[in-house]
Write a protein that binds this ligand. Structure first.
Ligand SMILES: [Zn+2]
Length: 347
């Protein structure tokens, strides 16, 4: 599986002790390399102004630049500060690293499209909380949305963003429509407080917003996988995407220091096998995974390795047999979604 990453991603918050740490890319790439899983790697590139401004305002980008630039000239400690728009710690390198993360997501998307396959953008900082003019939740630039808009600017059509991170991607939700659809499972109640099932909606011109909140008290791995095995095919049959982007956050794994839905680390491969089947059906396999959360380094290595195993054909999609594991309240949410989507393309 092609991986887009970059040593530069270690330069954001290095030495800060922050949970969104440099090791999320540095140690994870080392771990994957030691397992001989990194045989196809491209370096990220810096996203251009025009690419970023499809999603963010010029004023917001100037704000990040100014606030990081200020840290370059600051003598002594602290070398880190809080971005004025929200809970994102920044250092002097953060703006450039974030631009490279967005460029990495675009590059992974371009490779997925060109070669009709699945790719992985192993980037940081994450992106799905970043709104048009507001960084928050460790996110500065919305990498998945930037990649989606880059695709649409070149090819048109429809992009479906599937987000299985522990948290709801409020930034992606705020940017849906005009060719971008979004389906998310996320803990509820939990940060950032958006993503209720009642916000799910059909959007103009065939786009859709689908929120599936999960009890933050935890869920069985079988149920989590079964929910996605049912949800994604239904949403995809409605959207008929030309490209699937995955906001791939692995903070749902049991023991994650930030999230933790009690899900087994093996879920990633099962999710990816199901996504691959849907992508094969609608868009010749064109899928770009973009790293979001996931704060346990061993779990992150195992999860990315699991996605790779599934993409490289070493794992089969899950059958519907686990549906019985899904709690009744969750089944009702999914049945209401079926009704909203008109059971389009159901089999
Ligand atoms: Zn998260």
């Amino acid at each position: 599986m092609l991986v887009v990453t970059d040593d530069a991603f270690g330069g954001h918050l290095r030495g800060s002790g922050h949970v969104e740490s440099a090791d999320r890319v540095v140690a994870v790439t080392a771990g994957l390399r030691s397992r001989r899983l990194l045989d196809d790697v491209l370096s990220a590139r810096r996203a251009g102004d025009a690419e970023l401004m499809r999603v963010h305002t010029a004023a917001y980008l100037a704000l990040i630049e100014a606030e990081t630039e200020r840290l370059c000239h600051q003598a002594g400690d602290p070398r880190f500060a809080m971005l004025s728009t929200g809970d994102v710690v920044i250092g002097s390198a953060s703006y450039e690293v974030a631009r490279r993360a967005a460029g990495g997501a675009i590059l992974a998307m371009e490779q997925a499209v060109e070669w009709a396959k699945a790719t992985f953008a192993l980037v940081r900082p994450p992106g799905h909380h970043a709104e048009q003019a507001r960084g928050m939740g460790f996110c500065l630039i919305n990498n998945a949305l930037v990649a989606a808009r880059a695709y649409l600017a070149t090819y048109g059509g429809r992009v479906l963003i599937a987000d299985f991170d522990y948290h709801h991607g409020n930034g992606i939700q705020a940017g849906v429509g005009n060719g971008v659809s979004y389906v998310s499972t996320h803990a509820w109640p939990a940060y950032p407080g958006t993503g209720s099932a009642t916000q799910s909606a059909l959007l103009p011109e065939g786009d859709v917003l689908v929120n599936v909140p999960l009890s933050s008290g935890g869920l069985s791995t079988e149920a989590f996988v079964a929910i996605w095995a049912r949800l994604l095919p239904r949403v995809a049959s409605y959207v008929r995407p030309n490209l699937i982007l995955v906001s791939a956050g692995f903070d749902y794994v049991a023991g994650d220091p930030v999230g933790d839905l009690g899900i087994d680390v093996g879920a990633a491969g099962m999710l990816a096998a199901g996504i691959a089947e849907v992508a094969q059906r609608y868009c010749d396999g064109r899928t770009a995974y973009i790293l979001e959360g996931g704060y346990s380094i061993p779990a992150l290595i195992d999860s990315v390795a699991g996605v790779m195993a599934a993409i490289d054909g070493r794992m089969s999609p899950v059958s519907g047999a686990e549906w019985a594991a899904v709690p009744a309240s969750m089944r009702r949410v999914l049945e209401r979604l079926d009704a909203m989507l008109g059971a389009a393309g159901s089999s």
